[in-house]
Design a protein around this ligand. Structure first.
Ligand code: HEC
Ligand code: HEC
Ligand code: HEC
Ligand code: HEC
Ligand code: HEC
Ligand code: HEC
Length: 466
């Protein structure tokens, strides 16, 4: 009996380790490549519309440590900004197209992809996979997860079978002692008992339940998450080119928990005058006007705008778009091409403003939230920005270079904790830290050379969890 159990434990450990340390294979590489890379890369020698051919990539990186190629695939931007010669060369050739980050790929998975790319003999033209572009590595790791789940399910099934046998044997011992005939059930009999069926249902529920909950709780909280926004507002233009301070718009960051997305009024500080963009003309800025009821032709805010009918609104802004675009004063005086520009632009405005939660053109622009911690975690901007003096970019990345904002950091618990372990608290000239007299004394006496966030309690569960 004991021996049997030891055997089981041993084989489970063995199986688990096989599953965990899967060696690189062409087959795994093919799946990973198709799911993550094929949208932008061919595996042969022919460049794609969006990226270079990966055929021969190993040779092109041969002059550098293998780890550099891994880092490139996991986060090409950081290698470019670190000035790595091959990375810079690639960037100069392909900018402004950037490669997604694949932080989740393990060394083995990357080696698998390389095996697949090098496997020229079975090379067939690959059909690009649509839609992998903005899920940015969404498929990463899924493959190995499936293996893990499969392996676990198998182990559990074997375990259950063994338990059944044990139960049978115990039953038989009792029967024999009582002078009855022992019963031996076949595999099929065992598999169709109530217990086995119940177990199967339980296991499947567990696996699918885990998957669903995992996906649901991570909704919109994926690294690199980059939803489309109702208005083509560009941080690259405003915070980058125009050098508008982050806190001019996100003025909550310094004073409160939330950073706050600016209301249309903030936009109007400039856009009551700047009525056209070089890229989009009136198409995007008209959305701001139509949301709050500003008449750009006469430069007045419309009284009673909330009670305007859709038709009244449509007439006004179509006139504005037409006049600005086609230099025609009435829609009827416009040619067909002009009218079609007006129609298309107006459709865009309606889609951005009317298809939202209040179902009206009037009312605030509903931006799609990019960053979103789960409810059980507490994060406070003022604590970090005003007291901790952490730069926005440290957590949000180079926002001033982003046309469309994406989630730069993982926002996972490990991310918070790591930074709290590493970051020194800025004590100098900061009244907030007066209370930590002991640390001040130790710093003065030379007993410690720094105080990190973890020293002041930054790793305590209740600081971050309600
Ligand atoms: C969104 C498009 C896109 C996706 C998806 C993508 N790449 Fe790239 N990749 C690029 C671009 C563009 C470059 C050229 C450099 C640049 O502009 O950043 C590049 C360059 C590379 C290079 C350098 C090639 C050389 O000749 O040195 C490698 C290696 C690479 N990618 C691997 C991968 C792998 C592996 C995947 C999938 C896990 C992948 N890429 C997914 C766009 C993409
Ligand atoms: C002119 C106003 C303006 C300026 C300046 C500005 N932002 Fe924004 N920011 C917005 C608007 C509007 C949104 C919502 C739309 C979007 O996500 O692009 C936003 C969204 C964001 C988000 C995503 C919020 C979410 O949904 O999770 C971050 C992060 C952010 N801004 C950071 C910054 C940083 C960092 C700077 C300075 C480098 C900056 N912003 C400068 C107006 C501005
Ligand atoms: C401090 C001034 C300022 C503020 C505040 C501001 N903008 Fe702008 N914005 C500009 C300037 C200047 C341009 C014109 C750039 C150009 O020539 O295209 C512009 C251009 C634009 C464009 C058109 C871009 C193009 O090239 O087509 C859009 C859309 C836009 N802004 C949206 C917004 C929104 C939405 C807000 C509020 C969240 C906002 N802006 C706040 C100064 C500002
Ligand atoms: C220490 C990391 C950190 C720093 C520094 C930081 N943020 Fe955030 N930011 C976050 C996290 C985490 C969230 C998600 C918060 C949530 O979901 O409750 C967030 C969310 C946001 C949002 C979405 C709205 C909100 O408040 O939830 C905006 C906008 C934003 N940040 C802008 C900024 C700006 C601008 C700065 C600099 C002045 C800044 N952040 C500095 C971590 C940071
Ligand atoms: C880039 C570094 C960085 C990241 C990332 C970061 N923090 Fe912090 N955090 C700090 C610094 C610096 C302080 C010190 C400010 C202070 O003394 O209150 C701090 C302080 C705190 C405090 C107050 C601790 C105390 O004892 O007073 C809390 C709570 C907190 N952070 C929560 C979070 C959460 C939740 C996240 C992740 C979503 C996070 N932080 C991510 C740097 C960071
Ligand atoms: C510096 C802030 C911080 C501290 C300290 C912290 N957590 Fe978390 N924790 C978070 C954040 C943020 C998340 C959400 C991460 C996510 O959704 O990916 C989280 C998630 C969790 C989860 C949910 C599981 C998951 O990965 O989503 C559990 C359970 C948890 N924390 C327990 C703890 C315990 C126990 C402690 C104390 C030992 C602790 N946390 C300390 C920030 C913190």
């Amino acid at each position: 009996m004991l021996l049997k159990r030891i055997c089981w434990v041993f084989s489970i450990v063995l199986l688990a380790s096989i599953v965990a340390h899967a060696a690189p294979t062409k087959e795994a590489g093919k799946e990973l490549f198709t799911a993550n890379c094929a949208a932008c890369h061919n595996k042969n020698m022919k460049d794609n519309l969006t990226g270079p051919a990966l055929g021969g990539m190993e040779e092109r990186w041969a002059a550098y440590p293998r780890a550099d190629l891994y880092s490139w695939i996991r986060n090409s931007q950081s290698l470019i900004s670190a000035g790595h010669p091959r990375a810079v060369e690639l960037w100069n050739q392909w900018k402004p197209v950037l490669m997604n980050n694949f932080t989740g790929l393990t060394d083995e998975q990357i080696e698998s992809i390389i095996l697949h790319v090098n496997d020229v003999y079975t090379a067939k033209p690959l059909t690009p996979v649509a839609g992998t572009g903005d899920t940015a590595g969404g498929g990463k790791g899924d493959n190995s997860n499936m293996w893990l789940f499969g392996g676990l399910a198998l182990i559990l099934a074997l375990l259950a079978f063994a338990l059944m046998r044990i139960v049978d044997n115990l039953g038989n011992i009792a029967r024999v002692q009582a002078g009855q005939e022992p019963v031996r059930r076949t595999l099929v009999q065992i598999l169709t008992t109530k217990g086995a069926v119940a177990f199967l249902v339980f296991a499947l529920t567990l696996i699918f339940g885990y998957k669903t909950v995992d996906n649901a709780t991570r909704m919109g909280r994926e690294q690199n998450y980059q939803p489309d926004q109702p208005v083509a507002f560009s941080h690259k233009l405003h915070a980058g080119t125009q050098k508008i301070d982050c806190q001019y718009c996100h003025d909550g960051a310094r004073r409160s928990k939330q950073s706050v997305i600016p209301a249309a009024n903030t936009c109007m500080n400039c856009h009551s005058a700047v009525k056209k963009g070089t890229q989009s003309g009136t198409a995007e800025i008209t959305k701001i006007y139509a949301s709050i009821g500003f008449d750009p032709i006469t430069n007045v805010y419309i009284k009673d705008y909330d009670n305007w009918s859709d038709k009244q609104i449509e007439d006004l802004y179509k006139k504005w778009i037409g006049q600005e675009y086609m230099s025609a004063n009435s829609l009827t005086a416009m040619n067909d091409a002009g009218r079609s520009v007006v129609e298309t632009q107006w459709e865009g405005v309606v889609k951005a403003l009317k298809d939202d939660s209040n179902g009206k053109i009037q009312g605030p622009i509903e931006w799609v939230r990019v960053h979103n911690l789960p409810d059980h975690a507490y994060f406070n901007h003022a604590q970090h920005v005003a007291i901790g003096q952490v730069a926005c970019q440290k957590c949000h990345g180079p926002v001033e270079q982003m046309d469309i904002v994406y989630q730069y950091s993982t926002l996972g618990m490990g991310w918070c904790i790591n930074c709290h372990r590493e970051t020194e608290v800025k004590f100098e000239g900061n009244d907030y830290y007066k209370q930590y007299e002991r640390y001040h004394q130790e710093l003065k006496d030379g007993k410690r050379d720094k105080v990190t966030v973890s020293d002041i309690g930054g790793l305590e569960c209740q600081k971050c969890h309600y």
